[in-house]
Design a protein around this ligand. Structure first.
Ligand code: FAD
Ligand code: MLT
Ligand code: ZN
Length: 477
């Protein structure tokens, strides 16, 4: 019996020849990389958990170059792995075998910013943090923010439909992305790069590509609706004794902070232990089983401070939270955010990490962590829970000193069965990539998966775009 997480068999794509390289060198002089040392970082994912064996890294600068590459690869039956910042967490960003890596890193130009509408249009390879800096100088911000902002690219964010820390306030990329430019598998350029808020002329094709993980087309440019930069930002770090109290605090917070609430995140005491041990980040408050990061973003510092004060007073007097600290200045805000954003990094120092990114009815999210702890007993090194409470999104992570197939077999399918029993999602925001593709049926009806297969077959009949990813093996052509 083949395990659903086992490596798929190599599909019968052609292998890159000297003539192919000559073609690539002609269209991408100096940007056709074959030196194994230079290709290596693009063969390995951020978690160092999967490794491909590609021998060719292509670095186009323009949509036209991407189109020429795909048109050629499609006619030659060469598989292609689109890659952005390579921070993906499900093994989708690196090749499985010898797929050609098409990196968007040199497609990093901002094409336009309209300061009246707040619509930013840029190439897909712009690094998220660079876009944030650019916008902040113009009194705007990106509608999304995540711990990988220094490396991930907007094209990768759209391809994974990344959620992150601000989704609670500004919504998902399905709402904030107004347009996309794409190159289809056969090299056709699809110009859906609208900057309009409203456009009901037929099917909204761009939505199909948001979250398609490089399997339906290569995103070459993005237009995104950006919010104004808030005039006042506060961050609060709180401690709670129970998860029930944490949920009550969330309820209170929504009621009392209302329109200025921009994030409600949590981490448990095991995360704090890893932050202390591996990154030497001190706990700014007394030890508690649960910690909350609340951010407010508003337009009036006095009004926001008053609201926050009232909320904190209520949370303290009703004993929902046992300790806390507030930050209004930038350095302290950053330090408090680090405690949430750097959990992912702390985990990598703890050992090999098995990552689960689950959507559940919010009142159930921590029960999965406690049940998993009970279920695994002393087989795991650490079992931690953190995530985006405001979005009902739990990150359940299990570490072990090294890769441990027996531990994996104890976690899966237990975690997926548990999630399916509450009609949750087995991939809330990271996608399916290579690692989760065969578990899709735990969250999607088979008719829906079959339709996905038909869409893939229509847009990419030879299956050259990011093969072995997202769709289950039993659907591959
Ligand atoms: P890559 O990792 O390079 O690629 C990801 C997928 O998108 C691959 O399937 C790839 O083929 C495809 N792809 C990339 N670019 C394109 C393109 N131009 N056209 C078509 N397909 C493309 N994710 C969240 O949702 N929320 C978080 O809060 C979050 N925090 C993170 C924190 C850390 C420290 C790390 C390491 C990761 C985090 N992630 C998070 C996961 C990851 O950062 C996101 O999935 C991110 O959106 C990936 O962008 P990237 O440019 O690195 O894409
Ligand atoms: C996060 O919210 O920190 C990210 O999604 C990364 C992770 O899950 O580790
Ligand atoms: Zn997350």
């Amino acid at each position: 019996k083949v395990s659903p997480s086992a490596a798929p068999e190599r599909l019968p794509f052609c292998r890159v020849t000297e003539e192919d390289l000559a073609f690539f060198r002609k269209i991408l002089p100096g940007r056709t990389i074959v030196d194994p040392d230079l290709v290596e970082p693009s063969n390995v994912d951020w978690l160092k958990s999967v490794r491909g064996s590609s021998e060719v890294l292509l670095r186009p600068q323009t949509t036209e170059e991407v189109s020429q590459i795909l048109s050629y690869c499609n006619s030659r039956n060469l598989a292609v792995n689109p890659q952005g910042g390579n921070t993906g967490l499900v093994g989708g960003s690196v090749p499985v075998y010898d797929e050609i890596i098409l990196s968007t890193s040199l497609m990093n130009k901002i094409l336009n910013f309209d300061s009246i509408s707040g619509v930013l249009t840029c190439q897909a390879g712009c690094v998220l943090e660079n876009l944030s800096f650019y916008l902040e100088e113009r009194d705007y911000i990106m509608p999304l923010d995540l711990g990988a902002k220094g490396s991930c690219q907007i094209g990768g964010n759209v391809a994974t439909n990344a959620g992150g820390l601000r989704l609670l306030r500004y919504g998902s990329l399905h709402g904030t992305v107004l347009g996309l430019e794409l190159v289809l598998a056969d090299g056709q350029v699809l110009d859906c790069l609208s900057t309009l808020r409203k456009d009901n002329t037929g099917y909204d094709l761009k939505q199909l590509f948001i979250g398609s993980e490089g399997t339906l087309g290569v995103i070459t440019a993005v237009s995104v609706l950006c919010p104004r930069k808030p005039k006042s930002v506060n961050v609060v770090f709180l401690g709670c004794e129970t998860f029930e109290q944490l949920l009550k605090t969330f309820q209170l917070c929504k009621g009392m902070l209302g329109e200025i609430l921009s994030a409600f995140e949590f981490l448990d005491s095991e995360c704090m232990r890893l932050l202390n041990t591996h990154l030497k980040l001190p706990n700014p408050i007394s030890d508690c089983p649960f910690y909350i990061v609340i951010e407010t973003s508003g337009s009036d510092p006095t009004h926001d401070a008053q609201k926050l004060h009232n909320f904190l007073e209520e949370a303290m007097t009703s004993s929902l939270v046992s300790d806390g600290t507030v930050a209004t200045e930038e350095a302290k805000i950053k330090a408090l955010w680090s405690l949430r954003e750097r959990v992912t990094e702390a985990l990598t120092h703890d050992g090999f990490t098995y990552k689960y990114d689950i959507s559940l009815p919010v009142e159930r999210i921590y029960q999965l962590v406690t049940d998993m702890r009970k279920h695994l007993g002393n087989r795991a090194k650490s079992v931690v829970g953190y995530g985006h409470v405001g979005d009902g999104n739990l990150h359940l992570n299990v570490t072990s000193p090294s890769k441990d197939p027996a531990l994996l077999a104890a976690i899966e399918p237990f975690v997926y069965e548990w999630t399916a029993s509450c009609r949750g999602s087995i991939s809330a925001e990271h996608g399916l990539g290579l690692k989760k593709r065969n578990y899709i049926y735990y969250s999607k009806q088979s008719q829906a998966v079959a339709l996905m297969g038909n869409i893939k077959a229509m847009l990419d009949p030879k299956g050259i775009l990011n093969p072995y990813k997202t769709l289950p093996d039993n659907l591959k052509q």
